[in-house]
Design a protein around this ligand. Structure first.
Ligand code: MLT
Length: 308
């Protein structure tokens, strides 16, 4: 059995993999993994390696693609299915890290931390310019109440926020248990001071934050996206940031990634931008790494497919 690790995995995850003494473990990287595809049985990736039809065609023995992370948008699922290749991921493994980053975005926006840092470093002392707002008493709208959305809710409650959520797949009992009011998306958009996106890209959700939905939001709303760039019409958001209809946005994800440095969105001073790092903590990388190796072993040894 040949296992190809095509992207950096935590040392603990590699050590766990190497315990399978009869397996040939090849640890490579996104620039050099391709020649190893020819005879590999399993391919471990994070988000940099794109597993499309051409990749699958180069790996005739491949049985499983294991994605250490949540989103499988770097894997062509229909092509993998057609090739008889199982795709598995690790939902929930980085939920706390993404939720903490979301809270960092909210606090960063409320208190303008990046802009105040730049100003202070430039030798200014602009106390009036950086008059902030408390999170306490504000309404947070969580769009998508899955693993990550729920972790955001738990943390935001500590800030004494009113929290509403919209998710057609969550039952009211789960929401009530979390202390969250389930509302329609329309209601959430028009009543929230902060709107945070925690959902996958589907034909229904692609571009859901656009000129029309922004128009329905409160003036001065703040928008956070630590999910996927495709959920937001970036040009519409950019216009709303310039007009200040949207007081601020915290974006960890873009379309495309990386977003070109001259993109108008990156010129908005009320934007906080990070390079898709919400799930990148030492803890989360260790959890998703170990979890994906455990799942892989379970599948290749016992035929049990978890999170596939
Ligand atoms: C995920 O899908 O797990 C996160 O976006 C982080 C990543 O891309 O690895």
């Amino acid at each position: 059995m040949k296992i190809l690790v095509a992207e950096p995995l935590s040392p603990a995850a590699i050590a766990l993999l190497q315990k399978q003494s009869s397996w040939d473990i090849v640890v490579s990287n996104p620039k050099e993994y391709e020649p190893h595809l020819a005879d590999c049985d399993a391919l471990l990736v994070r988000s940099a390696v794109k597993v499309k039809g051409d990749t699958l065609a180069k790996a005739p023995k491949l049985r499983v693609v294991a994605r250490a992370g949540v989103g499988v948008d770097n894997v062509d699922l229909p092509a993998a299915t057609a090739a008889g290749v199982l795709v598995m991921n690790t939902p929930g493994g980085n939920a706390v890290s993404v939720a903490e980053h979301t809270l960092a975005m909210m606090l960063g926006l409320a208190r303008m931390v990046p802009a105040a840092t730049a100003s202070t470093r430039a030798g200014k002392w602009e106390k009036k310019k950086f008059l902030g707002n408390e999170l306490r008493g504000k309404t947070l709208g969580v769009v998508g109440l899955g693993n990550i959305g729920q972790e955001v809710v738990r943390r935001a409650r500590g800030f004494e926020m009113r929290i509403v959520a919209s998710d057609p797949y969550v039952n009211p009992a789960t929401a009530a248990h979390l202390g969250v009011e389930l509302v329609s998306l329309d209601e959430l958009l028009s009543n929230s001071d902060y709107i945070s996106l925690h959902l996958a890209v589907t034909p229904e959700t692609r571009g859901m934050i656009n000129a029309a939905t922004i128009a329905r939001m409160k003036d001065g709303v703040r928008i956070i996206n630590c999910a996927r760039g495709e959920l937001v019409d970036q040009n519409a958001l950019c216009e709303a940031l310039v007009s200040k209809k949207v007081a601020g946005a915290g974006l960890d994800v873009f379309e495309p990634e990386p977003l070109p440095a001259d993109h108008p969105l990156l010129q908005c001073d009320n934007l906080i931008a990070t390079p898709h790092i919400a799930g990148s903590t030492e803890e989360a990388q260790e959890i998703v790494g170990i979890r994906i190796v455990e799942q892989l072993v379970e599948y290749l040894q016992n035929g049990v497919a978890i999170n596939a």
